[in-house]
Design a protein around this ligand. Sequence first.
Ligand code: BDR
Ligand code: CA
Length: 304
Amino acid sequence: KRPIIIDTDPGIDDAAALAIALFSDKLDVKLITTIAGNVGVDKVTDNALKLLTFFNKNIPVAVGVNDPLIVAFEDASNVHGQSGMDGYDFDEPAQELLLDEHAVNAMRRTIMDSDVPITLVPIGPLTNIALLLKMYPEVKGNIDEIVLMGGSVTRGNKGVMSEFNIATDPEAAKIVFNSGVPIAMAGLDVGWKALVHPEECNLLKDMNKTGNMIHSLFQHYRGGSMKTGLRMYDACAIAYLLKPEMFEIVDTFVDIELNGSLTAGCTVVDLKGYLKKPNNAKVCLDLDPQMFKEWFIDSFKACD
Ligand code: BDR
Ligand code: CA
């Protein structure tokens, strides 16, 4: 099993990604860390605990940062609801899973204690990861790869050109992309093709307890824009780990625009090599929508 740490801001698509990762027989989720993103850190931590309690999974959770490094925090409760995970009535979460240790320290300890290099899977803004790499650079030697959901080769969803996770803390993203740790980026270009339509969603409803819960959350995701397909952004990072053949992937150089008056917070993906910098990221350019759909629904069969 591949050992991973998931840094997350649940988040309805985060919830689906977490379900698949936690029940996968190929992944070993060592730690879940939380980061403000879709909503503030207290709410996303509560959501992470609710999910783990629901799944009956004994995975430690460590609370991360509530504020981006420099820019002001803006949430995405318009997409995920006021709680960040509206649409299901969860039981009270098991507080014993909560570590009395900051996310950054918990990540350091988990990485340094591991016999095999750990893969980090950030599916929210990158503040915790940037702090980890700056405060404890020794971890770089035992990180296999950072497989993240964020950024875009083309357009944005927070700004014209900027994606939510990157634009929420662009300085942190810049630190991460320039850290020297190998990165895999599943951004909006593939997230927009990772669609779940009503037909598939209905399959989840009667599949099992997890499928039923995810089906309920999906009724509240993006104001119920189900007909055009719900975008499973964060599941793309998990799909990259479990079924990379569904992607078209290119090795390239990526940096973050911090100062552009129109483009701040966007990922600059140098596909043509204008910047003459060594490659630092494997970027997902395209995804096979049918393969994604089948993989996604099939994955939930194990979520029982
Ligand atoms: C990203 O933003 C969040 O709203 C989603 O959970 C996903 O991580 C997509 O831009
Ligand atoms: Ca997310």
